[in-house]
Design a binder for this molecule. Sequence first.
Ligand code: HEC
Ligand code: HEC
Ligand code: HEC
Ligand code: HEC
Ligand code: HEC
Length: 388
Amino acid sequence: MACTLFFNYGVSSRYCKALFGSFAAFLLSAMPVAAAGAPPPLKAGVVSGAEECGSCHKEVLGKWKDSMHAQAVTDPVFQAAYMQAFLDSDGKAKQICLECHAPVASINGDANLKETVTREGITCHFCHSITATHPNGKKRFDVKVGTLLAGPRGGGSTSYHTSTKSELHRSADLCAACHEYEANGVKIMGTWSEWKNSPQAAKGTVCQQCHMPLENSVNQKGERISVFSHSLAGGHSIVQLRKGVVVNIRNVERFNDRTVVDLEIENSGAGHSLPTGIPTRKLVLYVQVTGADNRSQKKSVIYEKVIFDRKGKELTRDSDIMQGLGAVIAKDNRIAAGEKRKEQVVFYGATPSEISVTAWVDYVYQPALLQNTEMRVEMTRTERSFGR
Ligand code: HEC
Ligand code: HEC
Ligand code: HEC
Ligand code: HEC
Ligand code: HEC
């Protein structure tokens, strides 16, 4: 509208934008937070949608929208597994899955995910209303939905909500409610307990410090502020993944009939096992020996948690695993937080005099969608040459 106004006075569109920009900035600087279009007041027992919070907390809303928390229901990978689990269990899986992926459903009774706020997954008003958590308990969290919101600083009472300082929101116990999952005595996800045994936990570094770091932002008044990031980068973030692991070729010994490669793979940056989370995520270390003739041999080591059902069959589908159909953990060679693991890989057969050895680590996740889809991220790579 402002530009139409300027146009009438013959102001060029570029000039208009510049003018309008500063005009808007002037307006905003004079405005109290969200004076215009402030949402209706919060009501006890009613979970408000993220967009409402975003009318004042714009920067937080933007980051949260990118997070897997915002996509915990709409994520196609979840949807495919959820549908399968639902069909296989005659609907019984619904209650299991929604408790963590759509926790609002048990507050508004919307188990069929009809309301927008339920489909928002782990949404603002829900998370900031948690008063206590009980990992693996019958009820995972106590929630008091109202106008008093729990936050890290307890700063700021507005006409819209008051706030209280919450130690829980600065603690790993908040995350534990959903990131720790045991069924029939089988630990399906143990991110929280892995963290509790980590050197990071011993130093007091909690999940939030790595997954919700303070970032520079600008508030509605145009002031520079630091805000805890809500994007919660994890296994879907290439940047985050590359913080996790380092691989080194320590030694290569050459014999007439074989080449022996000694390596070390280190969980250098994660405050829990690598990988963590749902068991179908895998880490693969590849080692390749290439001769001057460009002929090469490749071998791999897989780091994973493998779960068997009661009949001793390996469970490979997220839908089966997350429903709790597992009976025993058959293998768990994931790399613990801070651990440096030594590996030896042997290549048989004569190799040419000059060789180069390359090692790299891929993060692999193959969820069952309609077509088999694979997610693969190279996390780190190293290469060395060796003569005889
Ligand atoms: C009318 C504007 C407005 C709306 C709407 C709003 N807030 Fe706030 N909120 C504020 C202001 C102002 C502060 C204090 C300054 C700050 O921390 O940015 C604040 C602070 C907070 C804090 C920090 C408390 C602390 O520990 O310092 C949290 C958490 C919070 N709001 C969550 C929410 C959630 C969740 C919603 C939606 C249900 C929401 N807010 C909606 C204005 C608003
Ligand atoms: C109400 C349950 C709940 C709570 C509380 C919760 N999460 Fe999550 N989180 C989830 C679910 C469910 C997903 C997966 C969503 C999907 O991919 O469908 C997830 C995803 C993530 C991811 C992304 C993983 C990836 O593969 O990209 C990270 C990182 C994460 N959460 C960290 C945290 C941290 C840190 C906290 C505590 C501050 C926390 N979560 C609290 C349920 C929760
Ligand atoms: C998984 C639970 C979770 C969800 C979902 C979530 N938050 Fe937060 N929020 C937190 C935690 C935990 C902190 C404190 C981080 C810390 O102390 O490191 C926080 C901090 C904040 C703060 C204080 C920021 C600061 O730097 O002082 C505001 C404001 C806030 N959240 C608003 C929101 C809004 C708005 C949404 C939705 C768009 C949202 N939160 C979604 C857990 C959550
Ligand atoms: C010292 C930093 C650090 C701490 C502390 C930490 N994480 Fe992570 N986290 C990472 C890094 C780096 C990755 C990416 C590498 C990887 O996939 O493990 C990651 C990945 C993840 C993933 C994605 C799953 C996966 O394996 O790809 C989830 C979920 C997660 N973290 C949740 C948590 C929770 C919950 C806590 C607290 C109980 C926590 N993290 C504590 C650094 C940390
Ligand atoms: C205890 C809480 C909890 C329960 C119960 C739960 N989930 Fe999850 N789910 C999570 C968390 C936390 C993550 C993210 C961990 C990670 O990234 O590895 C996740 C991730 C997933 C993912 C991976 C999504 C992606 O895009 O990477 C799928 C698929 C999934 N869950 C399916 C299900 C199904 C189906 C059910 C019900 C049978 C279920 N979950 C029950 C907490 C839970």
